[in-house]
Design a protein around this ligand. Structure first.
Ligand code: NCD
Ligand code: ZN
Length: 276
């Protein structure tokens, strides 16, 4: 008896393609594996306007064409790979930009980085109260909010940043904007998995392979391991187990987001190595 196993080409719902030479170096790796990808906007400077998203989209397509010409991807991958663009939310994002981005159709989500939470998040949101107009516009037009769910308060233990974010930011925001689509990105804790599993159908989450494969011991085995340092940082084994259960439990609102986020090696292997 013969049997066939068909693996569908997956989508990557959280990807950093970077820009310039780095974009050229990494885009083929994603196009070889994935059909569509939600492309993060944390460039320098960040992708804060519909025009910037359009220009970045153009640079990605150009890099794809170069990868195709260099034989790094086949014609099918080059034609099929779809970069889905996002906007970087700031305290000053006008509601009109949200409406325009949605009307043009290229931008598929708006990214909330709490200011300072991660790589290139300095221009992020300092207080949800400042982005109410943008969130109302998103709720009206159905554009999802993609959330880096960590508080940055200095008095909160680094490993509790995600858990505390649920109580301090996410729950009040969901009460104020019950019709807003929210993706809780790269979740790392049991609390986040439980929150999403019990939330209504407008709330989803992405999970990375990194957080399914490792717990926080991986950061320190035999010495400091900078290549295992990604944000949100790895957590205890009990959290990894909860993420595994969420990812394999058949729940329809947990998705893969690789969070592939390359940095130059010398910036990772550094006294103040960067996250990614
Ligand atoms: C990401 C990056 O380098 O852009 N880093 C990371 O550790 N995951 C940003 C992010 O997604 O938090
Ligand atoms: Zn990321």
């Amino acid at each position: 008896m013969t049997s066939t196993l068909t693996l569908r080409r997956p989508d990557d719902w959280h990807l950093h393609l970077r820009d310039g030479d780095a974009l050229r170096a990494v885009v083929a790796a994603s196009a070889r594996q994935f059909a569509r990808a939600i492309v993060m906007p944390n460039l320098k400077p960040p992708v804060t306007t519909p025009a910037a998203a359009r220009a970045y989209h153009g640079r990605i397509l150009q890099a794809l064409a170069q990868a195709r010409a260099a034989g790094e991807i086949d014609a099918l991958a080059a034609a099929e790979f779809q970069p889905l663009m996002t906007l970087y939310l700031t305290d000053n994002t006008p509601a009109a930009d949200i409406v325009q981005a949605h009307a043009e159709g290229l931008v598929k989500g708006v990214k909330l980085y709490p200011a300072g939470a991660t790589t290139n998040a300095d221009a992020g949101v300092t207080d949800i109260a400042r982005v109410r107009g943008a969130l109302e516009a998103m709720q009206r037009c159905g554009l999802p909010l993609l959330v880096h769910g960590e508080v940055t308060d200095a008095d909160i233990d680094l490993f509790d940043r995600e858990r505390v974010f649920i109580d301090r930011v996410l729950l009040p925001m969901r009460r104020d904007f019950p019709g807003l689509k929210v993706v809780f990105e790269h979740i790392t804790t049991r609390e986040a998995a439980q929150y999403v599993a019990q939330a209504d159908e407008l709330t989803a989450a992405t999970i990375t392979a990194h957080h399914l494969l490792y717990n926080r011991n991986a950061l320190f085995i035999g010495g400091v391991r900078p290549h295992w340092y990604c944000l949100p940082v790895l957590k205890r084994e009990q959290h990894r187990q909860a993420l595994m259960a969420a990812a394999t439990g058949g729940h329809p609102r947990f998705f893969l987001g690789t969070d592939s986020a390359p940095h130059a090696r010398h910036l990772k292997e550094h006294a103040c190595g960067c996250a990614g």
